[in-house]
Design a protein. Structure first.
Length: 342
């Protein structure tokens, strides 16, 4: 499922910012967003743009030019929404009244709360380029029979937080790299990046790891059609935030493609399978972890040192529960977001 970068939402709360006369902080879902004072009331409708949104170069967004103007690797110009700190208040995203976007005919009569407006408003996801050496040649779209790897952010699940507190989770470090998927299905092997299946090649890093770790032999040895997913870090990826001398692969998912079920890689049997195959798993911080009483406490807890390199900071956490229906989400460290330069 593609990420909803722009949605119709309601302002849940408004609070003053100490020492600020012209701005205040609004709550949208679980996000805190700095807005102009008096622009909204509690219960007002807004269009909310998540962080990592890339807004098109249109008159409606021209007021962002001084602070948010950016250029995609494709050469397309627009405005990038990111985490910022204003008057000691963290602001994550952009909230605009419907009247500001009247040219798009946005009204509460034609759209309901939560409606995805990403395509209507021409919003794209801001992403750093992955070089041809890493990415390779595209074979096709990401296969539909393999679940994609992108977990939802906890701020978008704020209404479910009381229910999530009733579950226990494996807590792993979220790694800042590039997503890797390999599968064996219908007697065919395949390798994918985040969004595309890739042609086999000796020169791109994804297929290099597939052959280096004999992942084909591992997948074929399982008693069901299967896939593994992981994160490749180091080298030229994301500026190598872990300062590693070479590339590494860390596995975070093992999937039975017969039923689309994700398996617990930290159960003794599955962890032993991966270890015997020479495959490292993402760092496990806690098992049987229960969420703290507040969302803000959990977000603060996500900051810390990386277990890949303790001299660097971690991007955040991923939490997974395998009981009954699978549940997972990510918690990105605000400290990490504020340090991002690209």
């Amino acid at each position: 499922m593609e990420r909803k970068l722009a949605t119709l939402e309601v302002i849940k709360d408004i609070q003053p910012i100490p020492g600020a006369d012209n701005i205040e902080v609004a709550t949208v879902r679980g996000w805190k967003v700095v807005v102009k004072k008096g622009l909204f009331e509690i219960g007002s409708l807004c269009v909310y743009f998540e962080i990592d949104s890339f807004l098109p170069e249109l008159p409606e967004f021209e007021f962002l030019r001084k602070y948010c103007f950016a250029t995609l690797n494709t050469g397309e110009k627009g405005f990038r929404i990111r985490t910022v700190n204003m008057r000691e208040q963290l602001s994550q995203g952009l909230a605009l009244p419907l009247s500001h976007l009247s040219n798009f005919f946005l009204t509460s009569k034609t759209f309901t709360i939560g409606t995805d407006l990403t395509n209507l408003l021409g919003v794209k996801k801001w992403e750093l380029d992955v070089s041809a050496y890493l990415h390779g040649d595209i074979l096709g779209y990401f296969p539909s029979f393999v679940p994609k790897t992108d977990e939802e952010r906890i701020q978008n699940l704020s209404e479910l937080y009381p229910l999530l507190r009733q579950k226990s989770f494996n807590v792993t470090e979220k790694l800042d790299g590039t997503s890797f998927t390999a599968f064996y299905y219908n007697d065919t092997f395949g390798v994918c990046s985040q969004n595309r299946e890739l042609k086999e090649s000796d020169t791109n890093i994804y297929w290099q790891f597939f052959h280096k770790y004999k992942i084909g032999d591992f997948l074929k040895s399982l008693p069901f059609p299967s896939a593994i997913q992981g994160e490749i870090v180091g080298g030229k990826i994301q500026g190598n935030p872990y300062k590693l001398p070479n590339y590494r692969l860390y596995v975070f998912n093992l999937i039975n493609l017969d039923n689309q079920k994700r398996l617990d890689i930290f159960s003794p049997a599955n962890h032993s399978l991966l270890s015997n195959a020479g495959l490292d798993t993402v760092p496990l911080l806690f098992s049987d972890f229960f969420l703290p009483s507040s969302l803000d406490t959990l977000i603060a807890f996500s900051s810390g040192h990386s277990l890949v390199n303790p001299n660097t900071t971690r991007e955040g956490l991923v939490l997974r529960n395998f009981e009954n229906s699978y549940t997972s989400f990510k918690v990105i460290s605000n400290n990490f977001l504020l340090k991002q330069k690209d």
